[in-house]
Design a protein around this ligand. Structure first.
Ligand SMILES: Nc1ncnc2c1ncn2[C@@H]1O[C@H](COP(=O)(O)OP(=O)(O)OP(=O)(O)O)[C@@H](O)[C@H]1O
Ligand SMILES: [Mg+2]
Length: 359
């Protein structure tokens, strides 16, 4: 049981800022995902929490105790690294037992705890295997067990499943979530997979250039992205560049009301928030193609100005290449200088009946 506080932490390497003035409170038992593009500072931040990197400024507290200057082995943290390194000359049991031996625990307790950890990650029968004889997914689980066996108060996971195929990754992340909830371990999970963050997290921290763009629960990040960057990073999004004059967008295909000062804006709308109407005119938009995903179709539409939009439609819709169409934005947001400046009336974007073709 532990609470993590990160206060104004920064890290520079020479002239480059890997992490900038980063602050975050992680509650006891909470799972927070750090999400961001490559190079946004996720690993650096995690390594500072684990004690593998020293902050240039700021402090890190665990249960109100300042751990900023403590080495990794004196922190109540366990870390699974981005490139997990198991010892190939040891069997699974000894890989997991290693940290406990360093702590000079009695042999019988080591055995009991290693067996417990193996059972927890579903590898009860694998103690005697060499790690080279395991599949990628099994190796990831051993790396996880090696951290869990030390009973950390805080678990730090740096893209633990990045190298695995989609199915295995989904299964393992569900297992991690179950284990994490069962043990109530405060967890920070780094990923650059937005699906992973949406599926796992109590809260998501969206990082960019070492700073935070937004910190919120998954549904809020998805429905109320506070910056254009977040809007484009999480889920699928259409962007339309337009200018506002007298509270109205000047884009011919989207003459929507946007009650803000005159000037350029970017309208953002999700595929599920775009409705399509047949149009005999080809001047607004033309269907480029329609892709059938079974549960729904994604229709690509070319606007007259060359912008391509995606619309989600019912699986039995008949939109076909070359048809003239009029796209209608049911829900949209407007961004200026990366900041949210307007959100249209909060009707649900995802009209299931419409998508499923019941309307
Ligand atoms: N030891 C180091 N020396 C110099 N620069 C570093 C060092 N470690 C990281 N950086 C730089 O700090 C920035 C953040 O790196 P970091 O590894 O934290 O990114 P990341 O978000 O984990 O990226 P990825 O998704 O690719 O793993 C990058 O620009 C990186 O080049
Ligand atoms: Mg990284």
């Amino acid at each position: 049981m532990a609470r993590l506080t990160i206060k104004n932490v920064s890290k520079t390497f020479g002239a480059s800022h890997a992490v900038r003035d980063f602050s975050l409170d992680v509650e006891d038992g909470e799972l927070v995902c750090l999400l961001g593009p490559s190079g946004s500072g996720k690993s650096t931040l995690l390594r500072m929490i684990g004690g593998f990197e020293t902050p240039t400024g700021g402090s890190i507290l665990i249960d109100a105790k300042d751990v900023t200057a403590l080495p990794p082995e004196r922190r109540p943290t366990g870390m699974v690294f981005q490139s997990h390194a198991l010892w190939t000359h040891m069997d699974v049991f000894n890989n997991i037992a290693f940290g406990l031996k360093l702590r000079r625990l009695p042999k019988s307790e080591i055995k009991e705890r290693v067996e417990g950890a193996l059972t927890l990650v579903g590898l009860a029968e694998y103690g005697k295997r060499m790690t080279t004889q395991l599949s990628g997914g099994q190796q990831q689980r051993v790396a996880l067990a090696r951290s869990l066996v030390l009973e950390p108060k805080i678990l730090l996971l740096d893209e633990p499943f990045a190298s695995l195929d989609q199915h295995l990754r989904e299964r393992l992340r569900e297992e991690v979530r179950d284990i994490q909830q069962r043990l109530g371990i405060t967890t920070l999970f780094v990923t650059h997979g937005q699906d992973e963050a949406l599926a796992l997290a109590d809260r998501i921290v969206v990082m960019r250039d070492g700073g935070t763009e937004q910190i919120a629960p998954p549904d809020v990040v998805y429905r109320e992205p506070q910056t254009e960057f977040v809007a484009g990073f999480i889920g699928s999004m259409n962007f339309i560049r337009t200018s506002i004059c007298g509270g109205k967008s000047q884009h011919p295909a989207f003459p929507v009301s946007v009650p803000i000062d005159d000037g350029d804006v970017v309208l953002a709308l999700r595929p599920e928030a775009v409705s399509l109407r047949a149009s005999s005119s080809f001047s607004t938009a033309i269907i480029h193609r329609s892709i059938d995903f079974g549960t729904h179709k994604i229709v690509d539409i070319d606007l007259a100005d060359g912008t391509r939009l995606k619309a989600m439609t019912a699986p039995d819709s008949n939109w076909a290449r070359g048809m003239g169409v009029e796209p209608v934005a049911r829900v949209f947001r407007a961004y200026r200088d990366n900041k949210l400046v307007h959100q249209s009336a909060a009707t649900p974007e995802h009209n299931h009946d419409r998508i499923l073709g019941n309307v």
